[in-house]
Design a protein around this ligand. Structure first.
Ligand code: GDP
Ligand code: ZN
Length: 463
């Protein structure tokens, strides 16, 4: 697929929202020059060479050619661009007003506002990226730690696609072989051979899919972050812990394009596990007014969290409220943090271990910087399976891909149980073909026609 589909011309601000040193308005499509030319005072952009950056001014032709901003305009020509269309990028000074005004000018001169991800979608539709690569572009933008970045880059390189394509090719080969066997039934044991082939291939592919799915839990955490709630009654040290986690350049505040301001999420990087902190506002509030924290609020956070950091004050006996929170967090993945261990211990350890026999208990003195490294290691070990070689292995991180892998796995189960039940080969074949299709949906290149073509091209046996 190398042909470019024709689309209308789209525009968007492609730098992060907010005030910055520089902002870029990206315009892509067949009519790019019709849109930008009337707005640009400088060289004739239609005449300049590809991949050049050109100095000039953006003017407002509807307002007596008023100069809007001094700009550098990059010109890229199809098909050697991100979208495979003609692309112009206007680098302007980054003030919110002038950036928006330039965008508005492109819109009033023939461009349409791009939808989120639309440039990447075009790259896919125009055959420059496959689906997993397109998805990894989004992941890269959102990557929260070095490790999630590495996984996304790996995927952008096409490593996942490559693996999936190999599996699909294997399936095609075996299906072609099955066709041949069916067409030459004069071979005595054709039927037996055929089911044996199918069975072996199904097992082999299933093994690989199982391996991929084993990376999914971790991959999803890398991608989305681990929703983490810090809970505990007032004054046990929650804010201090939060601040420790947020410091050391670990805080990652993301503002995912397309989401509203109030849903900005706070992430911290704990030994490469991105923690997405839940309800930190609640913790900060109680830092100001030392009032009752509201166990109800904590309970709500507990429900949405993947991990609970349950903080206790070791320098006081366990209170009724502590016990209530320990009870409320019982069903969750949790770490009990016994804080203020630098002070004389008043908490009854025997009582605590009896209350939480299965919980991990870490002793800390947050303000004295004690026990925090152990806490971080514990978190990391809890969620990252040491068996996976993350630097080299292909991981799946994306729910869509994970869902399709599960479906492909089910289809393979049907292949195997069909063979075991002595089903006719042509029925088993259908399930195998379904596996092939489902895997193709992962990369976005599943077309039934393609199967037909490929099968055909593989057995030129003169019929
Ligand atoms: P929160 O109400 O649970 O958020 O608790 P804070 O983090 O606001 O801490 C309450 C008080 O305990 C503050 O004065 C902290 O400085 C202090 N504190 C927190 N952690 C420790 C610790 O490990 N040891 C000691 N001695 N004091 C601590
Ligand atoms: Zn506090």
């Amino acid at each position: 697929m190398t042909t470019t589909t024709e689309f209308d011309t789209i525009a968007a601000i492609s730098t992060p929202p907010g005030e910055g040193g520089i902002a870029i308005i990206r315009v892509s499509g067949d009519e790019v020059f019709d849109v930008v030319e009337p707005l640009f005072r400088g060289k004739d952009l239609r005449q300049v060479a590809a991949n050049t950056i050109n100095y000039g001014h953006i003017i407002d032709p509807d307002n007596q050619n008023e100069v809007v901003d001094e700009v550098m305009v990059s010109v890229y020509r199809a098909p050697h661009t991100y979208t495979r269309e003609d692309v112009v990028e206007i680098n302007c000074h980054g003030g919110l007003l002038s950036t928006n005004r330039i965008l508005q000018l492109t819109l009033s001169h023939g461009a349409r506002m791009a939808e989120p991800g639309e440039f990447t979608k075009r790259a896919f539709l125009n055959g420059r990226l496959d689906l997993t690569q397109a998805e990894s572009v989004m992941d890269l933008i959102r990557a929260k730690t070095d490790r999630s970045m590495k996984v996304a880059l790996n995927q952008l390189d096409g490593n996942l696609s490559h693996l999936i394509r190999n599996l699909r090719q294997d399936i095609l080969d075996v299906l072609a072989q099955v066709e041949v066997n069916i067409d030459y039934p004069e071979y005595d044991d054709a039927e037996v051979m055929t089911t044996k082939l199918l069975m072996e291939k199904a097992q082999e592919v299933k093994g690989q899919i199982t391996q991929l799915l084993a990376t999914a839990k971790e991959g999803k955490i890398l991608r989305d972050g681990l929703a983490t709630a810090i809970v505990g009654r007032p004054n046990v040290g929650k804010s201090s812990l939060l601040n420790h986690l947020l410091h050391e350049d670990k805080a990652i505040v993301t503002d995912v394009p397309g989401t509203t301001r109030d849903s900005i999420e706070e992430y911290v990087n704990v030994k490469n596990v991105p923690l997405k902190l839940v309800d930190t506002a609640g913790i900060r509030e109680t830092a100001d007014k030392v009032e009752k924290i509201g166990v109800d609020r904590a309970k709500k956070a507990i429900q949405t969290a993947d991990l609970i950091l349950m903080v206790l004050n070791a320098s006081e006996p366990l209170s009724a409220e502590d016990q209530e929170l320990l009870e409320a967090t019982k069903g969750s993945q949790r770490i009990v943090i016994l804080n203020k261990t630098d002070l004389p211990i008043q908490l009854d350890m025997a009582q605590l271990t009896k209350l939480v026999p299965d919980a991990k208990i870490i002793q800390t003195a947050v303000t004295a910087d004690q026990g925090l490294d152990e806490l971080e290691t514990t978190i990391s070990n809890m969620f990252f399976n040491e068996g996976i070689d993350r630097n080299n292995s292909v991981m799946v991180t994306n729910s869509r891909q994970i869902g399709l892998l599960h479906q492909a796995n089910d289809a393979l189960d049907d292949v195997m149980s069909g063979i075991a039940a002595g089903m006719p080969v042509d029925l088993v074949q259908i399930d195998m073909t379904r596996t092939w299709s489902l895997l193709g949906e992962i990369t976005g290149d599943s077309y039934q026609d393609e199967l037909i073509d490929q099968l055909f091209s593989q057995f030129c046996l003169g019929k």
